[in-house]
Design a protein around this ligand. Structure first.
Ligand code: SAM
Ligand code: SF4
Length: 436
């Protein structure tokens, strides 16, 4: 048995990729370990959405320099979006790295690791860039990595992500995803349903469908086109499955058919993550999001009318190129009016090669971005807390996912307070369970 350590940052797509990489490598005689020092192979599954995420990977890699000097046989690999984005640059900044593998090439990992181990030197496998070939060549070079999962190797037996699409074709001007994850490609409904069925048969209670714009899902099957709502109706019939979620939604594709499916299907969670990004139509235009602030508000009205018990969450970017105080205030107004359940708020980060990088200046000073970020976060926290008050005294079914990261650290140190009695607490450590 060889030992594998994997560090994952970024979105749910990366969490799923890491799960699949671990399962794949386990079938090639690897076992996961908790610390890089114990491992024969160390992998960093990376994110490129903001510069900060990339810099953090380089600083984590830097900490391994000495370990590699002392143990030259250890294999160190950078996989995922930063591998695709930086390619040879990774070797330049961290010359002790052995492997660079983009998200569209993960199926090659076992073979590439073996090549490094056999002394064949550094290995790099990335997909074609958006201008590096004809459409078919580019599509083929980004492969969806969805091997059949071994239920015994899954980190959380009761929950799973299932991919509906890879890539993205929306090209929001600030975003690197369409270049690192390639063109949008839908998996067939048969594959998605077979994977869901298989997971449900092995005890999975909750499935979250994943796509960069999951509600844009469309798969042409002869004469008919299958959309996300059709998938939800079919998944609803799968025995054993109790909950279905889907992320992330694109506001323009929030159709009435989809909202009806969420309203009518009891297993579909009325939780909708629909990033607005900004409350100013002028900023949205510069972001090339394809909708106005008024259209976003109309969509919210439709959601609230059709699914009164829904919870809507959002992503927001502050300090995008040229964002004036007045434009930022429109985002504040949007958050106040929409009363999102939760918002992920980001300071704009220039991404090399994106349209925003080419067309606009990153002219909002960092202290202004930080102030807007903090203000918006405080407002969102206040709204979330007020909303949460309404749950006091109510009984609800919950799916216990496990300990939070902080509690897990405490548990490892033996200082976690036992809140639920030892029997229940021990279940916490071995997985998750349904509780009322
Ligand atoms: N596909 C999803 C969507 O369209 O909402 C999410 C993609 S991205 C991984 C997650 C979030 O990161 C985006 O919704 C956006 O708010 C944020 N983001 C993307 N590019 C960014 C950038 N250059 N600077 C700051 N935040 C960014
Ligand atoms: Fe990026 Fe926009 Fe695609 Fe989301 S929809 S991944 S923000 S380009």
């Amino acid at each position: 048995m060889k030992r594998l350590y994997i560090d994952t940052v970024g979105c749910q797509m990366n969490v799923l990729d890491s799960e699949l990489v671990v399962a794949d490598l386990r079938s090639h005689d690897f076992e996961p370990v908790d610390r890089p020092g114990q491992a024969d192979v160390i992998l960093f599954n990376t994110c490129s959405v903001r510069q900060h995420a990339e810099e953090k990977v380089y600083s984590n890699l830097g900490r391994l320099r000495q370990l590699k000097q002392e143990n030259p046989d250890k294999v160190i690999g950078v996989i995922g979006c930063m591998a695709q984005n930086h390619q040879q640059r990774v070797f330049k900044r961290a010359p002790f790295v052995d492997l660079v593998v983009g998200p569209g090439q993960l199926h090659q990992l076992p073979e590439l690791i073996e090549k490094v181990e056999r002394g064949k030197g550094r290995q790099i496998e990335v997909s074609l860039g958006r201008k590096d070939g004809n459409r078919l060549q580019i599509l083929r070079s980004h492969e969806s990595f969805d091997p059949l999962r071994d239920p015994q190797m899954r980190p959380t037996p009761f929950q799973a992500y299932v991919r509906t699409q890879i890539g993205c074709d929306k090209f929001c001007t600030y975003c690197i995803v369409p270049s690192v994850r390639g063109p949008e490609q839908a998996r067939s409904p048969e594959e998605i349903l077979a994977e869901t069925q298989h997971l449900a048969e092995h005890g999975c209670l909750e499935i979250t469908l994943l796509g960069q714009t999951v509600n844009s899902y469309r798969y042409k099957d002869g004469e008919k086109t299958v959309r996300l709502a059709d998938l939800l109706y079919q998944m609803h019939d799968i025995d054993g499955l109790q909950r279905i979620k889907f992320v992330t939604n694109f506001p323009k594709d929030m159709t009435d058919e989809l909202l009806s499916a969420v309203r009518d299907l009891s297993k579909v969670s009325p939780y909708l993550h629909v990033p607005a990004q900004s409350g100013s139509t002028d900023v949205l235009k510069r972001m090339k999001r394809g909708y106005t602030a008024e259209e976003y508000r109309e969509m919210m009205d439709r959601i609230n009318e059709q699914i009164p018990n829904s919870a809507v969450s959002s992503d927001l970017i502050v300090g995008f190129c040229g964002e004036t105080e007045g434009e930022y205030q429109k985002t504040v107004d949007l958050v106040r009016d929409c009363r999102f359940k939760n918002s992920f708020i980001f300071k704009y980060s220039v991404r090399e090669g994106t349209k925003a990088d080419q067309l606009f200046e990153d002219d909002v000073p960092d202290d202004v971005k930080r102030r807007r970020n903090n203000e918006l976060l405080a407002l969102q926290n206040q709204i979330s807390e007020e909303d949460n008050q309404a749950f006091i005294g109510r009984s609800l079914d919950v799916l216990v996912e496990g300990l939070s990261k902080a509690a897990l650290d405490q548990a490892r140190k033996g200082t976690v307070p036992i809140l639920f009695g030892t029997k229940f607490a021990s279940r916490f450590f071995s997985g998750i369970g349904l509780a009322s």
